[in-house]
Design a protein around this ligand. Sequence first.
Ligand SMILES: NC(=O)C1=CN([C@@H]2O[C@H](COP(=O)(O)OP(=O)(O)OC[C@H]3O[C@@H](n4cnc5c(N)ncnc54)[C@H](OP(=O)(O)O)[C@@H]3O)[C@@H](O)[C@H]2O)[C@@H](O)CC1
Ligand SMILES: [K+]
Length: 464
Amino acid sequence: MREAHTVEQVRAAEDVVLARVPDGALMQRAAGGLASALADFLGRVYGARVLLLVGAGNNGGDALYAGASLARRGAQVDAVLLGGERTHAAGLAAYRAAGGQVVEPAQVRDTDVVVDGIVGIGGTPGLRAEAMAVLDMVDAPVVAVDVPSGVDVDTGETPEAHVVADLTVTFGTLKPCHLIDPAAQACGAVHLVDLGLDLPRADVVALQAPEVRALLPRPTPDAHKYTRGVVGLRVGSATYPGAAVLSALGASSGLVGMVRYVGSATDQVLAVAPEIVGAGRVQAWVVGSGGGDEAAEALADAFADEVPVLIDADGLRHLDAPPPVPALLTPHAGELAAMLDVPRDDVETAPLRHAREAADRFGAAVLLKGRRTLVAEPGGRVYVNTTGTPWLATAGAGDVLGGLCGALMAAGLEPVLAGAVGSWVAGAAASELAADGPLTASQLARAIPGTVRRLLTDPEDGPW
Ligand SMILES: NC(=O)C1=CN([C@@H]2O[C@H](COP(=O)(O)OP(=O)(O)OC[C@H]3O[C@@H](n4cnc5c(N)ncnc54)[C@H](OP(=O)(O)O)[C@@H]3O)[C@@H](O)[C@H]2O)[C@@H](O)CC1
Ligand SMILES: [K+]
């Protein structure tokens, strides 16, 4: 599992290590990792041109020590000191001793890479005018030190100007900005340098293949269809039968023993999945996708069964109070905005904050769909999904996801984990199917069993 810790958690863990290692040792470790990552990024060191943008704090110190290391190995390194007098003194001395040059902004030359050491976890969001001016002058790939300067580290928000990096080399642990959009998009690839920190439990995490594999329900040797769980679908409507079909395909990925369908699209559902049966006892309901005006009644019927419910799309419109059963709500940004009565733009610029707020307000797990889908539990953890491809932004993919997550709930996963595992599997299936090309929602649903099989047999070897 990848964990993202807050600035406060990182500082506390660093303090413990700083108290027991010699002065500067932690920064040397960080800068050593940064220098190696820069060497890998450049492909060569001798003769490579490197431009350091050095801010006033320790982030600039990291850049200077890494620059010194590259200069000693024959790189031509220039540094612009944006912090003036307050530049990290020991880092600057080491840098000069290694042959690194200090230049004025006006002297900035063509370079092979820009190293953003403007500001790290000690910064406030935004970039100051001088930093922006220098960034405007250069046209080269950017490697960010710890975080892309200017982003909000703890929330992943980008309220002001910020660096957009090709690679971010971070230290000790990830921070929320490395996982959560929109800041995550400004990080480029993320490389973590281990500092040996002893860190507490993180509130922002991203499941990886081994955890997903461990969480996936699988039949015991003596299983029968009822012990594996039965999921019920109250989705689709006369107007939107397709949503029922896609939800049914998502739920029929083989992860539960049986799927039931109750609604007005039975013929269409049976045409694609003849194993689906009608009304009866279930361990979880899926309500809402394409439900139109039928969704209100479907929701009330589902609640009456007192089993966990996944509520999507039209079902969310009828939710004005916390659901009376354990629930997973699966809005996209527009639906979440309506649930919280805020503009859609607010949700898109601050997805973490709004997913958490909705989870608290509705007392339910909230899965906010997006490039980086978030699954928040009330007052607790947020799971960030890192699988998937931009091609997954296609009509009906949400219906498939709803069916899949509902099946996982029926199989016994608690709502937040059903959301985290389901979104991981759907993203992984999309990547396997079409990392670089188009896919449709029905193709996605049909790809899920194969992805699950590969994950169960060889978790280290997928394209995830
Ligand atoms: N702790 C450790 O042991 C280790 C820490 N490590 C490294 O240290 C970094 C944290 O260093 P830090 O605490 O010195 O803060 P840092 O991020 O450099 O910035 C603070 C300075 O920036 C300024 N400033 C603020 N906002 C600004 C803005 N928008 N634009 C421009 N300037 C702005 C602010 O000054 P101000 O001008 O506001 O008075 C202040 O002087 C961390 O990210 C990692 O890289 C590693 O070496 C591993 C070991
Ligand atoms: K930085």
